[in-house]
Each structure stands twice: as C-alpha cells, then as structure tokens.
Design a protein around this ligand. Structure first.
Ligand code: NAP
Ligand code: ZN
Ligand code: ZN
Length: 349
C-alpha cells in the first residue's frame, strides 16, 4: 500500500482538514505520480459542500493534477519513471461503449469514474483526488505534460483548459466569430485565451469592474459590465457564441438575448439551482443552448500539445495546502486571479 497525505472535506459544512489514507499498490497498467501541483476548481467546492447532492466523505477533491512519475507497472509502455504526467477529471470508464470507443470517455454510457467522489470500477474503494501527495492511474487515463511550460500554470489546463477548449473546437470557433465569455474565473480566463488564440473577437462579460485590465491582457478585445442595464441593452443580438462559466444561480434568459440569430450559449457552469428559459427567447432567433462536459483523453492531450506549442498556460495564484479554505471563500466572492493552484511541497513542511 502507498501511504498518502491529503486534505479532505469530512462533511458539507466544516473546513477541509488533513487526512491520511493508503492507495493500492500499482497494478501492471498503472503509473504512480508524485503530485507537484493541484488546481482548485469551483466543482471542488460544489462537491465538497454537497451542492450537487450528497458527497462521499471523507472527500479529497482535486482534478487538475500534474506531477512526476515515480513508478510504473510492468505493462506500461507510454510513460517512464522521471517523466511529467497529468490527471484530469476522470481516472477510468467502461472502455467499450460508443463514447469510450470515440475517445469521449467523459460521456461514457456507463458513467466515467471521477478522480474523486467516485469508486474504483467494480469495487467499493473510494477515489481520492489531487489535494494529496500521490496518485496512481491507468496509463490510458494519464496525460503527457511538456517540460517547456511552468508546471503550476499547466495544472489548471487539466480541467479549466479542456472544458473551454473542447466546446470552442466543437463549434469551430475562429476568425469572423464574435464570442462572449461570461464570468472571469478559472474557466472564463481560459475561454478568453483560447477564443482569442483561435482568432475570434472576444468580449468579456463580467460582474467585476476590477477585472477589466486583466481581461484585456488575457486577450479580450472588449469588456462589458453585466450589472449595468445600459451596457446589456447595447449588447442585444451581438454574439455568435456565449461561453457561460457562471458558478452561481442565474437566469440564462438575461444572456441568451445577447445572442445573434443562430447563436449558441455553451453552458459550462453548474450552479446548484436550475434556470427557467422562456421558449420565445430561443425560438425568435433560432438560438440554442448547448452543454459541454470537460473533454476526452485524446482531446485533452491535443489541448495540452496546443498549449505547449502556443505558450498558453493558466494565470495562477500558488497557495499552500493549508490556505485551501480561504481560497474557497475567495472564489465564492469571485476574488480569484484566475486559478488557485496548490503547491504540494507545502504538504511536506
Ligand atoms: P470560478 O473560478 O469561481 O469563476 C466563476 C466566475 O463566475 C466568477 O469569478 C465570476 O466572474 C462569475 N460569477 C460568480 N457568481 C456570479 C453571479 N452571481 N452572477 C454572474 N457571474 C458570477 O469558477 P470555475 O472554476 O471557473 O467554475 C465555473 C463553473 O463551471 C462552476 O459551476 C464549475 O462547477 C463548473 N465547471 C464545469 C465543468 C464542465 O465540464 N462543464 C468543468 C469545470 C467546472 P466575474 O467576477 O467576472 O463576474
Ligand atoms: Zn473542474
Ligand atoms: Zn464507456
């Protein structure tokens, strides 16, 4: 057994606290990664606080994981000890359904195995995520990480990066498209970077006036305060695509009206309460609402390679593990620039 130090939520109400557990010895197809950095996603907060239904406690969140390989199983061929590797939001899937065969394991018809808040397939052994010193994963569910980019900025690509890259690619966003990004947090800042990199004209839609200069620095061509009714009126029927990353409950309708004819709102945020959408808002301009869930292993590797080639990383605030509860409170107040990333060396102090 491999002894692991971690931080866990023990229930929905109290702060995360230190937690020790053991991971099983490596199976022949697995690699063991010493975790160096772990990003903090708003999904960690939703899950830790049981906002999406009862979580499995103790819960070790974290699905934006990068580190160095310290051991490989006897059947492993794609990875070697000493290399960098990453793990995203899932660590397994059924491997035989249509979605798995198509490389879109996140949509596995039997359900993907989450990196945390899940069970190892066919067992009652809980999966524990990246707020920990070590993780073991089947090589088929691990990612190759370039050593050219700063590692702490790469970690958030494993969720915030792929979650925004995938729908923009699916919609073939590029030159000539007007894209709006709703909410400038972890996902939002990566959506701005990718949409701008693909050649679109990008408008940042935010509740935080203090983020305007940063939004432009990240690649946004325009910035609009969505709390100002006059500004909202001026933007009616403007965008081909709106990437909605808002984590708190809100009405889609307010923003759907900013879409042009045939426009699409990509819903990425998962607020704990639903939104009511009047049929008229969609019908009168043939607008669509599309959901999108992270991305498959193949596309995640493609995104990581694209980032290495184009020098794209996440803008991060590196924190010690013990700062996690303050980081959660700050994220809930939208006070994040633009991803907290835990330096796992802080677990050794
Ligand atoms: P985050 O870093 O906390 O950013 C969320 C941003 O939303 C905030 O910074 C804020 O931006 C804006 N916002 C917050 N409350 C708002 C409100 N009441 N009205 C308008 N805007 C508000 O969160 P994240 O990690 O990017 O995650 C965003 C959401 O995506 C979460 O719900 C998360 O669970 C979900 N998610 C989904 C997937 C997927 O596969 N679909 C993957 C990862 C995460 P401004 O300051 O600019 O207003
Ligand atoms: Zn996430
Ligand atoms: Zn499957």
């Amino acid at each position: 057994m491999i002894k692991v130090n971690a931080y866990a939520a023990y229930d929905a109400e109290t702060p995360l606290k230190p937690f020790e557990f053991e991971r099983k010895d490596l199976s022949p197809n697995q690699i063991q990664i010493e975790i160096l950095y772990s990003g903090v996603c708003h999904s960690d907060i939703h899950t830790a606080r049981s906002e999406w239904g009862p979580a499995k406690y103790p819960l070790v969140p974290g699905h934006e994981i990068v580190g160095r390989i310290v051991a490989v199983g006897t059947n492993v061929t794609a990875f070697a000890v000493g290399e960098l590797a990453g793990v995203g939001c899932f660590v397994d899937s059924c491997r035989h359904c249509q979605s798995c065969k198509e490389g879109e394991e996140q949509y596995c018809e039997e359900g993907m195995t989450g990196t945390y808040n899940s069970y190892d397939r066919g067992t009652d052994i809980p999966t524990y995520g990246g707020y920990s010193t070590s993780i073991s994963v089947d090589e088929k569910y691990a990612l190759h990480i370039s050593d050219k980019l700063p590692l702490e900025g790469v970690a958030p690509l494993l969720c915030a990066g792929i979650t925004t890259y995938s729908p923009l690619r699916h919609l073939k966003v590029g030159k000539g498209h007007k894209v709006a990004v709703l909410g400038l947090g972890g996902l939002g800042h990566m959506a701005v970077k990718f949409a701008a990199s693909f050649g679109a004209e990008v408008t940042m839609l935010s509740t935080s006036p203090s983020k305007e200069a940063d939004a432009r620095q990240l690649g946004a061509h325009n910035f609009a305060l969505i709390t100002n009714p006059e500004v909202m009126k001026s933007l009616l029927n403007s965008f081909d695509v709106i990437v909605n990353t808002i984590s708190a409950p809100h009405e889609y309708d307010t923003y759907l009206n900013l879409l042009k004819k045939n426009g699409t709102m990509v819903v990425l945020g998962v607020p704990p309460a639903p939104s009511v959408t009047p049929a008229m808002t969609l019908i009168w301009k043939r607008r669509s609402i599309m959901g999108s869930l992270i991305g498959g292993i193949k596309e995640t590797q493609e995104m990581l390679d694209y980032c290495a080639e184009h020098n794209i990383t996440s803008d991060v605030e590196v924190i010690d593990m013990a700062y996690i509860n303050e980081a959660y409170e700050r994220m809930i107040k939208s006070d994040v620039k633009y991803r907290f990333v835990i330096d796992m060396a802080s677990m050794k102090n």
